[in-house]
Design a binder for this molecule. Structure first.
Ligand SMILES: Nc1ncnc2c1ncn2[C@@H]1O[C@H](COP(=O)(O)OP(=O)(O)O)[C@@H](O)[C@H]1O
Ligand SMILES: [Mg+2]
Length: 398
């Protein structure tokens, strides 16, 4: 039997023209490929401006693109410079759904691989670390955990738009809301949670199949930053399938000094280890002190005589002009959830589902309103009775 995989691939072809309600786009080049879809650069034909499209197979079981779209919409509300804006979206029937967003440059994995020793200079690692931390705090601020923090999910902007010193956060397919919208409360920790993410950077909790919180994103961030600085994590040779062995490495890191030496080789050990101990001291519900983590990074920079203007490894001949800003305090803000986008085609189902859910909730609210009124009535009755009792007891006391 012969398979014709090539012919069956639903993803866009080179030079293919894609139509949306607003515009037409010509596919230029493949930028990245994942299990459920791919990212391409495209040309907007109305003004010849370049963008990126992220496509998801129409038959993908997990609608990760829907999450990408929602999160980026949330990011647009806080006007962060670390997230791409989504400008358009559509579906090609029975093939793929796609979103159109700002085009950025190389991801941080590729940028590290471009360096001669496959590691960033300490200055570059720390500047990138600080920007990524800020983006994580912002994502948390509008109520989402990333759950797949890794170098391939961050990229520098494009030189053409003078954003090549700014780092963007990407890939929200595994995000999870950790707040109950409208209630201002955190969701309750689940007893267990299936493993999601990438073995190499996964936090201990996620490897133990525990539900993860904000501090776990910071743990992954630290593994990423150590890899940038040292050139490789002690468990770099292990494959995704060796989860148990990687887990043992991460456990040993907490208890064995020789493992700590190995891990933080070439790194500002004191500050990085302090961050690890700090994240370990937090739990699922904690709001991390992002500013403290940022301060550790700044401290490592100062101790190593790194200046704000020191260039980045991918632009060695010009001084750093990227953002230098501390993160916020992580206080979760309410989002305008009504404004959330949906994509035509298969994702409309999700919108319908949302509508049904909203109606059900309205009904529920009405019901609880009724109960509340009932309760109020009962309470009034009780108060009346109590009043009588009090009056009676006052009488008897006197
Ligand atoms: N807006 C973009 N501009 C340029 N490149 C991008 C953009 N979005 C993603 N990429 C590239 O595509 C890769 C895969 O994208 P990502 O969103 O992480 O999807 P996946 O779910 O397949 O991991 C990224 O590592 C990055 O190199
Ligand atoms: Mg990715």
């Amino acid at each position: 039997m012969q398979s014709s995989e090539e012919g069956d691939d639903p993803m866009p072809k080179d030079d293919e023209e894609l139509k949306t309600k607003k515009d037409r786009y010509k596919v230029l080049a493949l930028l990245g490929k994942g299990g459920y879809g791919a990212v391409y650069s495209v040309l907007r034909l109305s003004d010849m401006e370049k963008f990126a499209i992220k496509c998801e197979n129409a038959s993908a079981a997990r609608k990760a693109l829907y999450m990408d779209c929602n999160v980026l919409k949330g990011a647009a509300q806080i006007k962060s410079r670390h997230f791409c804006t989504v400008i358009d979206q559509a579906a090609v029937k029975d093939r793929f759904n796609f979103i159109v967003m700002k085009l950025i440059g190389k991801n941080l994995w590729d940028l590290r691989m471009d360096t001669p020793e496959c590691r960033f200079s300490l200055g570059t690692a720390l500047k990138a670390a600080a920007q990524c931390l800020v983006s994580i705090e912002q994502l948390h601020r509008f109520g989402y955990l990333h759950r797949d923090i890794k170098p391939g999910n961050f990229a520098a902007g494009r030189k053409e738009s003078n954003e090549h010193h700014t780092i963007f956060m990407l890939d929200f397919g595994l995000c999870r809301e950790f707040v109950k919208r409208g209630e201002g409360k955190l969701r309750t920790q689940r007893a267990t949670a299936p493993f999601r993410g990438t073995t190499r950077y996964a936090p201990l909790n996620s490897m133990l199949e525990a539900d993860t919180g904000r501090k776990d994103d910071i743990e992954s961030w630290l593994y990423m930053v150590v890899e940038w600085t040292s050139g490789g994590l002690p468990w770099r040779k292990l494959k995704a399938g060796d989860r148990d062995k990687v887990l043992q490495f991460k456990k040993d890191l907490r208890t064995k000094e020789e493992m700590q030496e190995d891990m933080f080789y070439n790194c500002p050990k004191k500050e990085f280890f302090r961050i690890l101990k700090y994240t370990d001291s937090l739990d699922f519900y904690s709001t991390p002190d992002y500013k403290f983590v940022y301060y550790c990074i700044q401290h490592a920079a100062a101790a190593n005589k790194i200046k704000d203007s020191d260039p980045l490894d991918w632009d060695q001949n010009s001084p750093y002009i990227g953002p230098i800003e501390p993160p916020g305090d992580g206080k979760v803000i309410e989002l305008d959830v009504e404004g959330v986008m949906s994509i035509e085609g298969s994702l409309n189902k999700t919108r319908k589902e949302r509508e049904t859910k909203r109606r059900a909730k309205k009904e529920e609210d009405k019901e609880s309103e009724k109960n509340h009124t009932k309760k109020m009535d009962v309470r009034k009755e009780d108060e009346k009775k109590k009043g009588k009792k009090d009056a009676a007891s006052k009488k008897s006391n006197n």
